[in-house]
Design a protein around this ligand. Structure first.
Ligand code: MN
Length: 747
C-alpha cells in the first residue's frame, strides 16, 4: 500500500518493464476466448492507466506495485473464471484509493458499471487497509456484504485481491501477518466457501495456518511429504481396476487422487482428537466424467455403480448433490468405500461441468454471461444476505457470529406438509423451520409434527423430514428460544422482537411512574429520577421503567420521600447535588509501551503489567500475541488459543507486540493429556520421567483407566516450551503410550 523507498532493489528499469509486459501478455492469453471486439483497447487503457498511476509505488517486497493488480486480474480470470470487465476492475482496483485517479476519471473512461464496481472495492479496502487500526473489523465485514449485494463481482475481485496478498504475506511484519491471516480465516475463507470457491478457500486456509500455527503447519506438511510415496502407491493400486471397468462401460473420464489440504487435516486431528497417522482420509479419489449435459446424471450414477461393484460402500456415506445441489451450486456424488487393506476411501464423482463449478464456484455459471443477471443460486444467496442485513440495528458482532454459523454449516433438506422443499443449515430446529416459512408462524409456534410425530420446538431436524408447525394465537416468544435457534434470519427477527417489546415495556413503566409522581405532586425531573433510581438501586431511568413493569417495583415506597417544591427530599437530608457516575479512568491509565516497542514477557522485572490468558495459559516459547482488552488490560494469548482467531480478526487494532524474555526465571503451570494402554506400573514410569530424569516439579497427576485404555492428566511447572516438549518426548518413548496432547488450560 505504502510508497516504499527503493531498498535492496537493483533490477534496472528495462528489466522491470519487461516483467510487467510479460505479466500483461499472460493476462491477455488467459482471457483469450473471452475477448470481444473493442475489449483489447479497453484493457490496454486500463493497464496503462494503472501503470501510470502506480509508477512510483512499490510493494513491501520491493517489487513494482503494478505487479499486484496484474496478479489479481489473472486470479479473477484463471482461478475464478471471470472475464474482461472484472479484469479491467482488478487492474484498477487500488487506483482510486491510493493514487491521483478519481471515481469520475474511471466513470468517464469506462462507464458507470465499472466505476461502481471499483467504488465498491475502494469502500471495502478503505475500512480494511487504511482505518484498519481503529475500526472494528466486524463492521467492516458487514460493509463487505453490503457491497456484495450491489454486484457480486466486487466480492469476487476482493477475494482475488486477498488471495494474492496472502500469497505474498512473507514480506509483512509479524503482527500484520497475524492480523491479515486471522481476518482471512475468519471472514474471507468462509465467504469463498459459501460462493463455492473451494480451491481458493483451501489455499487461503492453508496460507493462514502457515502464519498463525507455523509449527503445526510444518509438522503436517512434513508428515504428508514423508508418506507421499506410500500414498501414491496405494492410490495407483486402488484406481487400476476402476479404470478398466469404467472404460468397459464406455465412459470417458479422468480419475486421480487428490490430497486434502493441510488445514483440513489439522481440523480433523483437532476435532476427532487423533494423530496424523489416524486420519484415514488424507486424500480423495476424483472421477471426472466427460459427458454431455443431458447425460451427466445418468453417467455419474453409472460410474457410481462401477465403483461400488468393485469396492464395498459404506451405507452411511452416500451424498447425492446431483439431484439436489448445494446452495452454493456444488454438484457431485460422494461415497466412501472400503479399499485394499481395509482402508476407507472417499470418492467424488462429477462431470467436467460440475467440476468447473466445484473449483470456480458460482462464477463458473456466470462467466458466460457477464453483464447479464447472475444465476439463480447466486440470487438466492444474495436474497438471503439482504434479509439478514435489512435488520440493520442488530449488534454487529452478534450478527457476524450468527452469519458465520450460516456460512459454515452444511445444509439439510426439509419438506412442508404440502411437499414444498426448504433448505436450512444443519442443526436447524423445528422453530427455525417455522421462522423460515414466515416470521409470524415462528412467533406463534408452540410445537411441531415431524414425520407425523409430535415434537418440541427445540427438536433438531434431519434431511428428508416433513415438518408441520403447530401454532397458538396466545403464544408469545421467550428469550429461551434464542438458545435453540440456528438460523441468522430467525435469530435476528426474534432479537428485533424482544427489543421492540422491551421498548414498549419501558414506555409503560415510564407512564406508570409519571402518574404516581403526579399523585404525590413531584416532578418527573432529572434530579428526582436520579433519586428514585438510587432508591431502587437501578443504574438509569430506562432500567427503572423496565423494572417497574417486569419486577413489579412497589411504587408506594415513594411516599417515604419528603417533597419540597416538586423535589423529592430525604427526611433530615438536604437535596443532593446531581452525582456523576464513578469514573473508570484509572483502569485505562495503565502504562503501555510506545507504539512499535514490544512488551517483554516473563522476565524478572516486568516493565508493563500484563496477564497470561486463562483460556490458553501460554508458556515461554509459545507463539503468542498481546491483546488489549476493553478495560485496558494487556492479556497474552497463544495464537492457537480457541479465542485467538476471533480476537485477531475482530480487533486487529488492539494487538500489542510481545517478545519472550531471554532469562527464564518464571515457571509456568502447564498440562498435558496422555492416552495409552493400561499397564501395571505406568504411573510409576511416568512419574520417573518427570521427577527422576527431568527433575521437574509436578503439581498433580490423575489417571483414569477403562477397558485396558488409560487416560491421564498431568499438571507440571515448566520454565518454557522447550522443557514441556522434552517432557512430552520423554513420556512418548515409554512403551504403550499412544498419544500426548497439551491442554488448552489447566482448569
Ligand atoms: Mn490490492
Amino acid at each position: 500500500m505504502q510508497n516504499q523507498p527503493l531498498l535492496n532493489y537493483t533490477i534496472s528499469d528495462e528489466e522491470e518493464k519487461k516483467t510487467i509486459l510479460r505479466e500483461y501478455r499472460a493476462l491477455l492469453r488467459a482471457l483469450k476466448t473471452r475477448i470481444k471486439k473493442g475489449d483489447k483497447v479497453r484493457l490496454r487503457t486500463a493497464f496503462e492507466m494503472a501503470v501510470e498511476a502506480h509508477k512510483h509505488m512499490r510493494r513491501k517486497s520491493g517489487e513494482p506495485y503494478i505487479l499486484h493488480p496484474l496478479a489479481v486480474a489473472r486470479i479473477t480470470v484463471e482461478e475464478i473464471g471471470l472475464g474482461v470487465t472484472s479484469s479491467i476492475c482488478a487492474l484498477l482496483h487500488d487506483t482510486v484509493e491510493d493514487t491521483e485517479i478519481t471515481f469520475e476519471d474511471i466513470q468517464r473512461e469506462f462507464g458507470e458499471k465499472i466505476a461502481r464496481i471499483i467504488d465498491g472495492l475502494t469502500k471495502i479496502s478503505n475500512v480494511v487497509d487504511i482505518k484498519g487500526d481503529t475500526t472494528i473489523q466486524a463492521e467492516n465485514f458487514r460493509k463487505i456484504l453490503l457491497t456484495l449485494i450491489e454486484d457480486p463481482r466486487v466480492i469476487l475481485i476482493k477475494l482475488a485481491d486477498r488471495l494474492h496478498n496472502m500469497r505474498t504475506l512473507e514480506s509483512m511484519n509479524k503482527e500484520k501477518q497475524l492480523k491479515i491471516a486471522s481476518e482471512t480465516t475468519y471472514i474471507y475463507a468462509p465467504l469463498a466457501h459459501r460462493l463455492g470457491l473451494y480451491e481458493i478457500k483451501s489455499e487461503m486456509e492453508d496460507l493462514a495456518m502457515k502464519y498463525t500455527l507455523p509449527e503445526k503447519y510444518v509438522e503436517i506438511a512434513r508428515s504428508l511429504n514423508e508418506t507421499k510415496r506410500d500414498r501414491t502407491r496405494y492410490i495407483n493400486e486402488f484406481i487400476k481396476p476402476l479404470k478398466e471397468s469404467l472404460q468397459n462401460v464406455g465412459l470417458e473420464f479422468d480419475i486421480y487422487g487428490r490430497p486434502k489440504s493441510i488445514h483440513s487435516i489439522y481440523n480433523k486431528m483437532q476435532t476427532k482428537h487423533v494423530a496424523f497417522d489416524e486420519v484415514y482420509d488424507l486424500f480423495a479419489i476424483r472421477i471426472i466424467l466427460n459427458s454431455p449435459f443431458e447425460r451427466e446424471k445418468e453417467d455419474c450414477w453409472k460410474a457410481y455403480s462401477v465403483v461400488t461393484d468393485q469396492y464395498h460402500p459404506s451405507t452411511e456415506r452416500l451424498r447425492d448433490w446431483i439431484s439436489v445441489p448445494k446452495g452454493n451450486g456444488y454438484e457431485a456424488l460422494h461415497t466412501t468405500v472400503m479399499g485394499p487393506g481395509g482402508k476407507w476411501v472417499e470418492i467424488q464423482i462429477r462431470s467436467a461441468r460440475m467440476n468447473e463449478i466445484a473449483e470456480k464456484g458460482l462464477a463458473a455459471h456466470w462467466k458466460y454471461k457477464e453483464g447479464t443477471a447472475p444465476e439463480s443460486k447466486l440470487d438466492d444467496f444474495i436474497e438471503h444476505l439482504r434479509e439478514i442485513l435489512s435488520n440493520s440495528d442488530t449488534d454487529t458482532l452478534d450478527f457476524i457470529q450468527d452469519f458465520k454459523l450460516d456460512l459454515f454449516t452444511e445444509e439439510i433438506y426439509l419438506y412442508t406438509p404440502k411437499g414444498d422443499m426448504r433448505v436450512l443449515p444443519k442443526n436447524a430446529t423445528a422453530l427455525d423451520f417455522a421462522f423460515d416459512i414466515h416470521t409470524q408462524l415462528g412467533m406463534k409456534a408452540i410445537g411441531a409434527k415431524v414425520n407425523y410425530k409430535l415434537v418440541p420446538l427445540s427438536h433438531n431436524l434431519h434431511s428428508g423430514d416433513q415438518v408441520e408447525i403447530i401454532t397458538s394465537s396466545k403464544q408469545k416468544p421467550t428469550e429461551e428460544w434464542l438458545k435453540f435457534l440456528t438460523t441468522a434470519k430467525a435469530k435476528s427477527k426474534l432479537k428485533q422482537y424482544f427489543k421492540e417489546h422491551k421498548r414498549k415495556q419501558i414506555e409503560e413503566g415510564k407512564e406508570k411512574l409519571r402518574l404516581r409522581l403526579e399523585k404525590i405532586n413531584a416532578h418527573m425531573s432529572h434530579y428526582n429520577l436520579n433519586e428514585i433510581c438510587a432508591h431502587y438501586k437501578k443504574s438509569n431511568p430506562n432500567e427503572l421503567y423496565f423494572a417497574i413493569v417486569t419486577e413489579g417495583l412497589d411504587l408506594n415506597e415513594l411516599h417515604q420521600f419528603g417533597i419540597a417544591g416538586g423535589k423529592l427530599t430525604h427526611p433530615g437530608k438536604e437535596p443532593k447535588q446531581e452525582t456523576q457516575p464513578a469514573s473508570n479512568e484509572a483502569a485505562a491509565a495503565k502504562p503501555m509501551p510506545p507504539k512499535g516497542e514490544a512488551v517483554i514477557l516473563g522476565g524478572n522485572s516486568d516493565k508493563f503489567v500484563f496477564k497470561f490468558a486463562s483460556c490458553c495459559q501460554p508458556i515461554n516459547g509459545d507463539n503468542v500475541f498481546g491483546f488489549l482488552t476493553e478495560k485496558g488490560d494487556l492479556v497474552v494469548h497463544r495464537t492457537d488459543c480457541n479465542n485467538a482467531q476471533r480476537l485477531l480478526a475482530n480487533y486487529g487494532h488492539r494487538i500489542v507486540k510481545t517478545k519472550w524474555a531471554k532469562n527464564k526465571e518464571i515457571s509456568f503451570l502447564s498440562g498435558i493429556r496422555i492416552v495409552g494402554l493400561d499397564d501395571v506400573g505406568v504411573i510409576q514410569k511416568i512419574t520417573n520421567v518427570i521427577s527422576g530424569d527431568l527433575k521437574m516439579n509436578m503439581r498433580s497427576l490423575s489417571i483414569d483407566s477403562n477397558d485396558g485404555i488409560f487416560e491421564g492428566t498431568i499438571m507440571v511447572y515448566v520454565h518454557d516450551k522447550e522443557e514441556l516438549d522434552k517432557l512430552v518426548n520423554g513420556i512418548m518413548t515409554l512403551e504403550g503410550i499412544h498419544k500426548i496432547e497439551r491442554l488448552q488450560n489447566t482448569n
